[in-house]
Design a binder for this molecule. Sequence first.
Ligand code: 5AD
Ligand code: SF4
Length: 477
Amino acid sequence: MPYKLGTMLDISNKVQDESRQGEAYAPLTEQIRQFDKKFYIESYGCQMNFSDSEIIASILENQGFGATRNMEEADLIFLNTCSIREKAEQTVRKRLSEFKHLKRSNPSLLIGMLGCMAERLKTKLLEEERLVDIVVGPDAYRSLPDLIGQADEGQKAVNVLLSREETYADIAPVRLNSNGITAFVSIMRGCNNMCSFCVVPFTRGRERSRDAFSIIAECADLVANGYKEVTLLGQNVDSYYWRNPETEEDVTFARLLEMVASISPQLRVRFSTSHPKDITDDVLHTMAAHENICRYIHLPVQSGSTRVLQLMNRTYTREWYLAKVKRIREIMPDCGISSDIIAGFCTETEDDHRDTLDVMEQSAYDFSYMFMYSERPGTLAAKRYADDIPAEIKKRRLEEIVSMQNRLSLESNKKDIGITCKVLIEGNSKKSAQHWMGRNSQNKVVVFPKEGDFKPGDYVLVKVNDCTQGTLLGTLI
Ligand code: 5AD
Ligand code: SF4
């Protein structure tokens, strides 16, 4: 799941929404509760990090710290960091250096690095970045109050222990910068896949699933508070598995989806990310059986070449992947599909690259997140294979991948002209306060003129009349 100062190339997918990267957060409670001390937090990287920041805010609020959007007035500044590509780390380091003047004018200010970079670099981060007082990995947020105490006494404070159990199941996230309509709910943590390019298994540890009851309770609470959409988050949601210790009932991802969808027909359910090897017919049938489970699957292919997929340790071939796409469309002909694609992985030839373009075309993705391969220290690929594709070739291949996706996105949107779709209004369109912006079930952004008495959070039917590559344009019916 998707990564820039603020990140992703997509504006239509919130799960990897670049437009939010580096956003400062403050919850609505800031206005009603008074706190002695204030913290300021910025999140980078995937949606999981943004979701973790809401857990961190909850832990800090319980300790008497209030969130602020104004870093000048903060006693604590946190950067919740990402390591997925080298560029993500560079962005965070650059941002950190911008805090120098704040520390100079307020020597008691504490600066904490959280998340994946903290986990990857551990105490090295303290040596490399003198400004940093606190280093905390993704499984150690409960120890933040103690670490802050330690740092207050002038000691550098570090906790990067990974856990096999921690899911923060009992912590009610403080919804930061929420629109009050859509929310992210973390259902699992970590990853066991060991894709050879990926640092996540090292920064987020072993996979573990959260207690299903706590997930349902969190979603039900969101519904009671007027939310209309939840996105169930995990590095690999399809391998969600939790056993009810009392009834010994097995809760698979398909069952969990069904349980969440049954909370209210008014609640839309999304999820991310799916690994093609783990998404089952059971999940697809469950989606098809519930109108409120959105017809949209983020199904990263990474490469279209079977040889490269093998080096990536993805455990499927191009044919197997294409068969999965076919199966999704058999069960749900109207399902949106998006992908993640890496250009220039170790040893990638022009033929391999053409295979990737070909899989994109055959899969007819509605959207993709596209990246140049970035070698990450400690990963299987860094140990086993040379990062041997020159930067300019990676760049050219990425450009070809991006132009292929641009064409596919436009084609997909053009096909929608004339259809009517159900849209959940999220707010004003970015370009005009006279237009609403929302999303349809397929996660496409739909923009239409304001008419009648509708408001954000309402479902409306919109007839699509026109489109751009990134947006469907329509009118209310
Ligand atoms: N280099 C480039 N892209 C990467 N991703 C993960 N690791 C790397 C890397 N080392 C991409 C994958 C993944 C997405 C979240 O980020 O496409 O699905
Ligand atoms: Fe998310 Fe960490 Fe992976 Fe970045 S490295 S995408 S923050 S899990």
